[in-house]
Design a protein around this ligand. Structure first.
Ligand SMILES: [Zn+2]
Length: 333
């Protein structure tokens, strides 16, 4: 059975969850909310849950069932009395706010009569549109209209708008929470684990997992940890010819960057002798942890290499230096 979003929210964002639950149960919900939180925090999902909870006819302890036809249509943003405007790719304009206003001044189209509008990435709203929005927020709307503004940074929104909203702040997700969500969403175990250390947004993790540069970097790291201890002299050759020899130098550079990031995580785990990663990694972590080598030194070598790469170093030379320094780190105990 899939876990309901409200249950996940209770664990991930307890303050947001409790505040909303209390207001929903007491039926004392504000008419306008400002959701503040980094990208990757479940701000839009929470806004949709709040809309569902006002519309669903199977509410339990304040929250929607998330399963009925109406809940499903809200989640799919396919509900006539729900309008979602998004400033992600282009700014929200005045005419969009005006047409929203016009639609919401009429009687609701759906059975519940509840109307909800969500402005996602609301910091990207033109000044004229913000002015119209402000007027709309000032007008008495009655209890059948709810506004939810979603932003990353509260300082990017006019104080007069902030003062008309109840602000709820989403705390950033931890690496463990991101890893957990990645697993729940059926991402490959290796990708989910490694990328949760690099990126704090599950959608971005999914996109990166499909990126060829990441896949090559990750495969290069898997091969490296198997072969470096036994066939050290061959490593540089296959790295250069099979993974870093394409015509696209920028892509090769990104591949190498992902290789370094993945290997860094592996060494960090090997240094403590434990990983939350997949079974193959756990086996290798134990092996590397028991080898007589200086993992701390290898980690420093990798960090220095990462730093040089970001300053556009000559890639073949950088790979060559890395392997040389890693050999030194392997020899000295
Ligand atoms: Zn429902």
């Amino acid at each position: 059975m899939t876990v309901k979003f409200a249950e996940r929210l209770a664990v991930q964002q307890p303050v947001v969850y409790q505040t909303l639950k209390h207001a929903l149960v007491q039926k004392k919900l504000a008419h306008a909310f400002l959701f503040v939180g980094q990208k990757g925090t479940p701000r839009l999902e929470t806004a949709l849950l709040l809309a569902q909870s006002l519309i669903c006819s199977h509410v339990h302890e304040g929250f929607a069932c998330e399963e009925c036809d109406e809940c499903r249509r809200v989640a799919e943003e396919n509900y006539a009395d729900l309008i979602v405007l998004d400033g992600a790719s282009k700014s929200i304009k005045k005419d969009e706010i005006l047409s929203l206003q016009e639609r919401f001044n009429k009687t609701g189209l759906e059975r519940s009569g509840q109307k909800v509008y969500i402005l996602n990435n609301a910091e990207n709203t033109t000044p004229e549109a913000l002015n119209s929005l402000l007027k709309f927020l000032e007008e008495p709307q009655g209890s059948d209209t709810l506004a939810i503004l979603i932003v990353e940074n509260q300082d990017r929104i006019l104080p007069t708008i902030v003062s008309r909203c109840q602000t709820l702040t989403f705390r950033p997700l931890t690496q463990r929470q991101i890893h957990q969500i990645a697993l729940e969403e059926q991402l490959d175990e290796t990708d989910g684990y490694l990328l949760s250390h690099l990126i704090r947004d599950v959608d971005q993790i999914k996109a990166t997992a499909e990126d060829e540069a990441y896949q090559n970097g990750m495969l290069m790291m898997r091969r490296f940890i198997r072969e470096f201890p036994v066939r050290e002299e061959e490593v540089l050759v296959w790295m250069q010819t099979e993974y870093l020899g394409s015509k696209d130098k920028e892509k090769d550079k990104r591949t190498f960057g992902y290789f370094l990031d993945c290997l860094l995580q592996f060494f960090r785990d090997a240094a403590v002798g434990h990983t939350e990663g997949p079974a193959w990694m756990a086996e290798e972590v134990v092996k590397w942890n028991q080898r007589p080598l200086q993992l701390d030194r290898l980690i420093i070598v990798l960090l220095e290499c990462r730093d040089k790469l970001s300053r556009s170093y000559n890639l073949p030379l950088l790979a060559d230096q890395l392997i040389y320094q890693m050999k030194e780190g392997m020899i000295h105990e």
